[in-house]
Design a protein around this ligand. Structure first.
Ligand code: IPM
Ligand code: MN
Length: 370
């Protein structure tokens, strides 16, 4: 199969982790006889430095013409501490979401058995945790009218949703639940917010199309507690833009390493795949970043291409690496491998049909730098 992918490395550790994702894509190409072509484009702080624009036009054009986008991360501390900065790296990502109408952000939260000791919860609370957050991504308070009074003493951000915006993501969430454990939890603040009451009405009506799916409601403050108290209860969590932003970060720490979690943003056309973690500028260029989240984002991309067998192969490689302690410093601070070594190991595992790799071969690459 032929697929065209726009590659956006972005800032900080973005380039390093994306390189490992590309190694894995090349290995899949060779092993399964596909043909993937790539266009490299800029976004974020690096794009501001070079062009003055966090999302140059040719990045949008290339993205629109691609089957998928592989993104590293955007963000640079030199913009974070300056509230008066007019141009920010994150604007690139927000605009790309809007331009491509990437209205659904999908973040799976699962436990990796070999890493269960890393969870901040009691390990038995994490046993079998497997849920997915469907976060609305192109509306709500992120994209409503905003303003600052002339004397700068007051400001506002409007949160608004339409029925259609709620319906399109809710359908995806219910369809996904149909392939899983058949439960949707709508998270909102319907005791206070009008937009949340709209979400409840629209989702309740739409739920009648999915009689086999159980629908439950949680207020967002309670949801934040439940994620820590009993994460096993969730299957598909459906929520708006800002609640989803916060709850997905909260949930992402359950598995013990932010470096393991991928995300997909899908909409009408080209879909985008990225790790959940940020640009981690302190680690840039040090070959210590965990590339697994990006590699798992590649697996989500392959699923999206209907390449289920290929996606399963990538996940198998990840499990093999974790089981054999082929991990980066965030997972094991004393015996760890470099970012690039992990990418090479994963690619060889996939390419050689798992035949010639064994733990002792892999150990030869073991980093001695501590
Ligand atoms: C995310 C990020 C973004 C968001 C930022 C970088 C604008 O936190 O993808 O969750 O808030 O959506
Ligand atoms: Mn976020």
């Amino acid at each position: 199969m032929q697929k065209h992918i726009t590659v956006i490395e972005g800032d900080g550790i973005g380039p390093e982790v994306v390189q490992q994702g590309l190694k894995v894509l090349h290995a899949i190409e060779h092993r399964f006889g596909h043909n993937f072509t790539f266009s490299h484009r800029m976004m974020g702080a690096v794009a501001i430095d070079v062009t003055g624009n966090p999302l140059p036009e040719d990045t949008i054009e290339s993205s629109l013409q691609s089957d998928a986008i592989l993104l590293g991360a955007v963000g640079d501390p030199k913009y974070d501490n300056d509230p008066s900065a007019k141009v920010r790296p994150e604007q690139g990502l927000l605009r790309l979401r809007k331009e491509l109408q990437l209205f659904a952000n999908i973040r799976p939260i699962q436990v990796f058995d070999p890493l269960i000791h890393l969870t901040p919860l009691r390990p038995e609370k994490m046993q079998g945790v497997d849920f997915v957050i469907y976060r609305e991504l192109t509306s709500g308070i992120y994209f409503g009218e905003k303003g600052l009074s002339e004397d700068t003493s007051s400001a506002y951000d409007v949160c608004s949703y339409t029925e259609a915006e709620i319906q399109r993501i809710a359908h995806l969430a219910f369809q996904q639940a149909g392939n899983r454990r058949k439960k949707v939890t709508l998270v909102d603040k319907a005791n206070v917010l009008e937009t949340s009451r709209l979400w409840r009405r629209v989702v309740q009506e739409l739920a009648t199309d999915y009689p086999e799916i159980e629908l439950e409601y949680l207020f967002v403050d309670n949801a934040a507690m439940q994620i820590i108290l009993n994460p096993q209860q969730f299957d598909v969590m459906l929520t708006g833009n800002m609640f989803g932003d916060i709850l997905s970060d909260e949930s992402s720490v359950l598995s013990g390493s932010l470096g393991m979690l991928p995300s997909a943003s899908i909409g009408k056309g080209t879909a985008l795949f990225e790790p959940v973690h940020g640009s981690y500028p302190q680690a840039a260029g040090m070959d210590i970043a965990n590339p697994m989240a990006t590699i798992l984002a590649v697996a989500m991309m392959l699923d999206h291409f209907q390449m289920q067998e290929e996606a399963a192969e990538v996940r198998k490689a990840v499990n093999w690496a974790l089981t054999n302690k082929l991990v980066t410093k965030d997972i094991d601070p004393t015996h760890f491998y470099g970012t690039s070594a992990i990418g090479d190991l994963m690619a060889s595992f996939i390419e050689q049909d798992n035949a010639h790799i064994n733990h002792s071969n892999a150990s030869l690459n073991k980093s001695t730098i501590i």
